[in-house]
Design a protein around this ligand. Structure first.
Ligand code: TYM
Length: 336
């Protein structure tokens, strides 16, 4: 039986990278999942506090991400939608895994190096230990498949290593090795301001990303201002090498249109960016405006969203609890 798990941090607006790199694939997996498959989509609020958050804003962001999941097509009747902090098992398993995580493995994590910046001594323990909590998120449900964008690949490898380390240490085959599902071109959507940087919630410039809450005028403006190079669009996909901005914009078009990048390159071969950008805008607005509108409607009804999270939390705890009991017994903790 497949158990699919993934999550997004409630740290500001979700953007096109989150949608194309992750959430859209969750929806596809949900819609073709076998009846006995379990799907869990988590709002990972405990991860969010690895960098400072305003509590009021964090609470609102949890609702916004919940609304975004549903607006993108995650159906709370078929998938479990919940926020991490309401399932104590995440933090409990985190500790067990932390006691099996050699520092050498954590020292290799590139995201910590990037996020902690120059002042490593000032970085908090939670940021350093982040990948262990992420492994706990996945392993708590004994997930088999984890659909994510490419930036999460190294964390997924650590989750597999920790699953293996636990199984070997206790001589059990309890955790399956979770399979990362990282799909195609859209697995790495880049900033609209710099084709060498990934599109990110934390980029200072809002023009670097298209948010799921942006209206048509803002999307048009951001695409119009997106960085390009002086050449016309290339005739072949091979000519995209060393043209990161062209590659990114054509890749976004291909992902939104659900077409192969080669077909999109052929369609716009030799054209100027200005005409292509108009068509990209039309496509982006057509795809995103129903999501934006649904999100607005859902956010106007917080009671409904609270209900979804409450039901999701019950369902997630129900799956997690027996797994945690098994883990505590395996480790040797006494229980009444
Ligand atoms: P987060 O919140 O940074 O991003 C959520 C998802 O969006 C993907 N993503 C992108 N994909 C393509 N292009 C981009 N520019 C882009 N930016 C983000 C991410 O790869 C991710 O799939 N650590 C995770 C959250 C997490 C998690 C988990 C995920 C915590 N526990 C367990 C899976 C399983 C994170 O920070 O994602």
């Amino acid at each position: 039986m497949s158990i699919i798990f993934s999550g997004v941090q409630p740290t500001g607006n979700l953007h096109l990278g989150n949608y194309l790199g992750a959430i859209r694939n969750w929806v596809a997996m949900q819609n073709r999942a076998a009846v006995d498959a379990k799907l869990l989509f988590c709002v990972v609020d405990q991860h969010a506090i690895t960098v400072p958050q305003d509590p009021k804003q964090l609470r609102q962001s949890i609702l916004e991400v919940t609304a975004a999941y549903i607006a993108c097509g995650i159906d709370p009747k078929r998938s479990v939608i919940f926020n991490q902090s309401t399932v104590p098992g995440h933090a409990q398993l985190n500790w067990v895994l932390a006691c099996h995580a050699p520092l050498g493995w954590l020292n290799r994590m590139t995201q910590f190096k990037e996020k902690s910046g120059k002042h490593k001594d000032q970085a908090v323990l939670g940021l350093y230990a982040y990948p262990v909590l992420m492994a706990a998120d996945i392993l708590l449900y004994r997930a088999t498949h984890v659909p994510v964008g490419e930036d999460q690949k190294q964390h997924l490898e650590l989750a597999r290593d920790l699953a293996g380390a636990y199984n070997r240490h206790y001589g059990v085959e309890f955790f399956p090795l979770p399979e990362p599902i990282i799909l195609g071109q859209a697995a790495r959507i880049m900033s609209l301001r710099d084709g060498s940087k990934k599109m990110s919630k934390s980029d200072e410039s809002d023009y670097s990303r298209i948010n799921l809450t942006d209206d048509a005028d803002i999307i048009a403006l951001k695409i119009q201002k997106a960085k390009t190079d002086p050449l016309p669009l290339p005739g072949t996909a091979e000519e995209l090498a060393n043209r990161p901005e062209a590659e990114n914009l054509l890749g976004i078009y291909a992902a939104l249109a659900d077409q192969d990048i080669k077909a999109v390159v052929a369609q716009f071969a030799g054209q100027q960016f200005s005409g292509f950008k108009k068509q990209l805008t039309e496509l982006a607005v057509a795809q995103l405006s129903p999501i934006t509108q649904t999100m607005r409607r859902l956010l106007a009804d917080p009671q409904y969203l609270h209900g979804v999270l409450r039901d999701g939390s019950d369902a997630a705890n129900h799956i997690a609890q027996p797994n945690l009991v098994n883990i505590y017994d395996t480790v040797g903790f006494w229980r009444a």
